[in-house]
Design a binder for this molecule. Structure first.
Ligand code: SF4
Ligand code: SF4
Length: 380
């Protein structure tokens, strides 16, 4: 890009910064610090910005770019970088003249992955809201939950509906994670397994468990797990429990076993404090969040959410008397959705509740502990 800036100065051409944003302003400052003589103009689709200018710079509409004598265009909008790059191409701006800010370049591949619909859906269903291991920072809020189990009738209807929606060649449901809370607290777990196995026979069923109840399971449980090719995914916590023995029980029953993380790594916690004011930029939060359009979609009572946080936020609100809001745009109703495509498209976008999350401030690698029931484990 440096070569193009030198060219712009030499040929007295414009450098177009596409998108009025903080990073765009910073870029303009950096360019001016290099040389006052480089001509900078901003381009933005927002008419108000075109009328008001941006920090002393003129702002034109993006569609007007072709009408000016430019050297190159530098996209500086994190939020709309994909749409803007498409718009530039449609306008006839050639690829070699399109650049991105450093911030966008560093994350472009990850962000692009978020913006395209996946072909295979993975989702979670909580069989129990509560848990027998009350970890700090639990992102299902299970330590704060009352004893509560998934309704099997609702679950059966939901699986039927998902099977109807994902019946074509184009989209499939590759895995369903039966989680919690602790899923094995649900004494009916085998019935849930059978429903998935019958309605969605090509889908891999995974039980995501802390493993503590594995030694207590009866033979019938193992027979059903084997029949429906269940994979037992176990998180190994730093507690006084014989995980090797638990693994042996699973394997000896002919059931697939997997540690959720490397079985030799000591499990740590991830601290994800919510911004209770909801003042975050939902686009940035969504782009930075590993859950959105990933493997943590959650289905609860006919509604599919892009993460496990929002469908369980009522537990947090109730326990700490807070008011983190969830609205109809935070999920897709699987009975109103007309196709799998609509669902997969929904998951590529931030939801309003993303404004409560601040992934930039999430801290990984915290020593694992049980909860102290302090709100600071879940919020600022
Ligand atoms: S074992 Fe899992 S569900 Fe249970 S409290 Fe810990 S993190 Fe939450
Ligand atoms: S609300 Fe958005 S940012 Fe927060 S965890 Fe869910 S998908 Fe991620």
């Amino acid at each position: 890009m440096l070569r193009r800036l030198i060219q712009a100065k030499k040929n007295d051409k414009y450098v177009v910064i596409v998108g009025c944003s903080l990073s765009g302003n910073k870029l303009a400052d950096d360019i001016k610090a290099m040389s006052e003589e480089i001509r900078i103009i901003f381009a933005d689709n927002d008419v108000a910005k075109q009328q008001n200018g941006n920090g002393g710079y003129r702002v034109i509409g993006v569609n007007e770019i072709k009408g000016i004598d430019y050297e190159c265009c530098i996209i500086a909008s994190v939020r709309f970088f994909l749409e803007l790059s498409e718009q530039l191409r449609e306008l006839g701006v050639v690829e070699k003249d399109i650049y991105y800010t450093k911030e966008i370049l560093q994350k472009k591949d990850m962000w692009l992955g978020k913006r395209f619909p996946r072909k295979q859906l993975v989702f979670v269903v909580d069989l129990a809201e509560h848990c027998n291991l009350n970890c700090q920072n639990c992102d299902h809020f299970s330590p704060l939950a009352d004893e509560k189990y998934a309704d099997i009738g609702v679950f059966e209807n939901d699986m039927q509906r998902m099977a109807e929606l994902f019946c074509d060649e184009m989209y499939s449901i590759s895995e369903i994670y039966l989680e919690g809370g602790e899923p094995l607290l649900n004494k009916n777990a085998v019935e849930f397994i059978k429903i998935v196995g019958k309605k969605l026979p090509k889908t891999q069923i995974c039980i995501f468990t802390n493993g503590l109840l594995i030694p207590k399971q009866e033979q019938y449980f193992w027979d059903i797990c084997r029949e429906y090719h269940v994979r037992m995914v176990v998180t190994k916590y730093p507690i006084n429990f014989d995980y090797d023995k638990a693994k042996e029980i699973v394997v000896n029953n002919g059931v697939e076993f997997q540690f959720a993380e490397d079985g030799n790594v000591v499990k740590t916690s991830l601290h994800k404090p919510l911004d209770l004011r909801g003042s975050q930029d939902k686009y940035i939060s969504y782009m930075e969040c590993y859950m959105g359009n990933g493997l943590c979609n959650m289905l609860k009572n006919g509604k599919l959410y892009p993460c496990t946080v929002v469908p369980n936020i009522d537990v947090f609100n109730r326990y700490f008397k807070q008011n983190v809001q969830v609205c109809e745009k935070d999920y897709i109703d699987i009975y109103k959705a007309e196709s799998a495509e609509e669902i997969m498209e929904f998951l590529t976008n931030p939801i309003p509740a993303c404004r409560y999350c601040q992934p930039q401030n999430w801290t990984a690698g915290i020593e694992w502990k049980t909860t102290t029931f302090n709100i600071r484990e879940w919020a600022e």
